[in-house]
Write a protein that binds this ligand. Sequence first.
Ligand code: NIG
Ligand code: FE
Length: 411
Amino acid sequence: MSASERTGGDAGADGAGRAFLLTNIGELTTNVSAAGDPCGTLRDAAVLVRAGRVEWTGLTTEVPDAAGLTADARIEVIDAGGRAVIPGFVDSHTHLVFGGDRAEEFAARMEGKRYAAGGIRTTVAATRSAPDDELRKRLRSLVAECRAQGTTTLEIKTGYGLDVETELRLARLAAEVTDEVTFLGAHVVAPEFAGRADEYIDLVVGEMLDAVSPLVRWVDVFCETGAFTAAQSRRVLEAGRAKGLGIRVHGNQLGAGDGVALAVSLDAASVDHCTFVSDADVAALAASDTVATLLPGVEFSTRQPYPDARRLLDAGVTVALASDCNPGSSFTSSMPLMIALAVREMGMTPAEAVWAATAGGARALRRTDVGVIHPGARADLVLLEAPTRVHLAYRPGVPLVRTVWKDGAEV
Ligand code: NIG
Ligand code: FE
């Protein structure tokens, strides 16, 4: 296992012994909600980090024992130069373990061909035939890409194996780089089970789940026309729950459907996509603890209409933003791009989008130790090359991530 989320923060990680005071922060997004400001914004602020955790946050003028801290050679003082600091991004939905790519499918789509769930099988073939080392190399390079863009917590799904052996390989590889591994054996019907979806589900909830469940935290299913029905999806999710796994759902991506209702009925942590939702879906989400995770990289890359984040937020739904990084529908790992798209295309304010990409992602993973900057939280911080978080949407496509700390260690 590498320096990973599995070891990071609690012990052993580089950051564990390091202490620093990040001071002269022009705008600090804490996500500790204060009157009318869910982002809990502090201006001219400082953050004290010790042993991989946030120890203190507040105004630069109020640093406890400022003189003592700055005189202590063991505590490095880092001047943020008036720039903005935000929590590290929490990307709660990715598919980073796969072989091959689908650039040709993308190019065909840009000439007018429609996106369909069946393209997943192209990646299944490439993934099954790729040796572990090749998959690991690609995975690690994608994780490095995510980190460089400010993502400090990553969820990773299986789902390009669709047989017991390959799903297990993918779960093992994902578990090398994150604790947030999701079993997505029910991504589409495996090619050798074509026309026999229920028999494939028997395999998924039986031998496949038995093999994979010790390695994963979550179970997920693609509940959509061309993938699985609500009844098949429910079987998978209930079997995962019986193994102690948390529930996530892909739903309402390509058209109206049962994904949202199913997710809410099972108290899923998150239902992801939510592009085509009814008034009843919105009301059900608003009354639930299920987060609506929106994935605008998909609509960008498939030329579909964007989900209406404004409608969800106005109804009181908790919204997260994630990249859905995968070779088919969204081959980008950029959370800043998700923020820019959410603001420009989905009716979110910059503050709402930054919250959704940090604290929202943490809610979608039912985590309280990330997505916030407050005493006791993991010291996952991003220093922006910008005076405010608004610049993430205002300056799309510009590399504004200057420094990233994960568990107090510079990435
Ligand atoms: O989240 N919706 C299902 N799964 C992926 C697509 C994967 C693919 O096209 O390879 C998604 O968009
Ligand atoms: Fe996905």
